[in-house]
Design a protein around this ligand. Structure first.
Ligand SMILES: *[C@@H]1O[C@H](CO)[C@@H](O)[C@H](O)[C@H]1NC(C)=O
Ligand SMILES: *[C@@H]1O[C@H](CO)[C@@H](O)[C@H](O)[C@H]1NC(C)=O
Length: 366
């Protein structure tokens, strides 16, 4: 019995050593929260209509198969992982996410969700913000079982976090139907204030859960996506004035809220990512970024390919890199790459108070 027992103990010791080495090699963990702009496949595991798991989604992904990413290829988290020198994150619900791979981090995002729980109710079974955080707590307990609770805490503290949420609170709630419940309840400025109050609670919760470096994206120019050009834009491809007004009210308030949180915490935990400006750049001058169009989606139907879903029956452009938008709402792989480049090297107009290059340099010293 004794030799067997010591073999078992040796096995455990080796497993622990392997886990510790893996963590040292793995570098910085990365966590993602939010909606379809950053979901990399959680919704594949859910009974929901908000999904991107069929052709032609993923047509330019390394596997050329749909993965659940709302892109023809890579999305924003993928490009960040590449820059960090890590593998692409797995969706939290993917059963392959265990053992060593847990230490790289996880993606908790779910297409269709918003800041508010009533956003995206038409998608039925999606992982709302509070539930993404419950999964994050569960994740931390699981990592604790692999490397111990103290090291798990350190892993989370040292991690990079990205949160992208808020667009759906407009397009899949306030403006989903004329006279929506929220639009009868709140004027637009009051609704924006509600979102900011609730988002602030979400960011503080993330801080409580251990996050110390969090990229917080604003919304893009909501009124200029192909879906809105098709449904609400005036003739001649002008952006929808109402949704542009929403983004113009929301983004500066989000920025102020983030600044306020950092000064309250006495540390630059939250970094404001000016996605609005990044998108405006290629909407106002698509050719400077190598795009032929920033109005027409590559995949879709109707005006601007902006109506309905991107499916096997849709129009599909042949030169995907010439389009800023892949489908009616989501940037193309090419656009996602440009956005992440800005995150790494943009000035304070794009990344406040500092860009990712600076963050990585700073954090490697502490
Ligand atoms: C969303 O629902 C959860 C669970 O019911 C609740 O704890 C949370 O406070 C709700 N959030 C908002 C903004 O209402
Ligand atoms: C952002 O990143 C680049 C490096 O790519 C750096 O030169 C620049 O000074 C950084 N910060 C700001 C505020 O522009």
């Amino acid at each position: 019995m004794a030799p067997r027992l010591s073999v078992a103990i040796l096995g455990v010791v080796l497993a622990i050593l392997a886990a510790l080495t893996a963590q040292a090699e793995a570098g910085r963990a990365f966590f993602v929260f939010g909606d379809s702009l950053v979901d990399n496949g959680n919704n594949n595991y859910l009974a929901t209509t908000a999904r991107a798991d069929s052709y032609p989604y993923g047509i330019d992904f390394p596997t050329h198969r749909p993965t659940g990413r709302f892109s023809n290829g890579l999305n924003i988290p993928d490009y960040i992982s590449q820059q960090l020198g890590s593998e692409f994150l797995l969706p939290y619900l993917n059963p392959e996410l265990n053992g060593r791979r847990l230490l790289d981090g996880a993606n908790f995002a779910s297409a269709g969700i918003g800041i508010l729980n009533d956003t995206g109710i038409q998608f039925i079974n999606i992982i709302r913000m509070f539930r993404q955080f419950e999964y994050f707590e569960e994740y931390q307990r699981r990592v604790g079982r692999v490397i111990g609770d103290e090291r798990a805490k350190e892993l989370v503290k040292g991690a990079l976090v990205l949160i992208t949420v808020g667009g759906n609170d407009f397009v899949n709630n306030y403006y989903l139907v004329p006279f929506s419940a929220r639009s009868r309840q709140y004027s637009l400025p009051d609704y924006v204030n509600l979102l900011i109050v609730e988002y602030r609670k979400i960011l503080l919760r993330l801080y409580e859960l251990g996050a110390r470096r969090v990229l917080v994206t604003g919304t893009g120019p909501l009124g200029c996506v192909p879906a809105e050009l098709a449904m609400r834009g005036s003739t001649g491809g002008q952006c929808s004035a109402e949704l542009q007004r929403a983004a113009a009210l929301y983004n500066p308030k989000l920025f102020q809220m983030i600044k306020g949180l950092n000064s309250q915490l006495g540390s630059n935990v939250f970094v404001a990512v000016n996605t609005q400006q990044m998108h405006i750049d290629f909407i106002s001058n698509p050719r400077a970024y190598g795009f032929e169009t920033s109005k027409v989606a590559c995949c879709g139907q109707g005006p601007y390919n902006g109506l309905g879903l991107c499916t096997v029956a849709s129009n599909l452009c042949s030169n995907r890199d010439a389009y800023a938008f892949w489908d009616a709402f989501h940037p193309s792989q090419k656009a996602n790459g440009i956005i992440v480049k800005q995150m790494f090297s943009g000035t304070t107009q794009y990344m406040y108070p500092m860009n990712l290059t600076t963050i990585l340099q700073l954090d490697s010293k502490t």
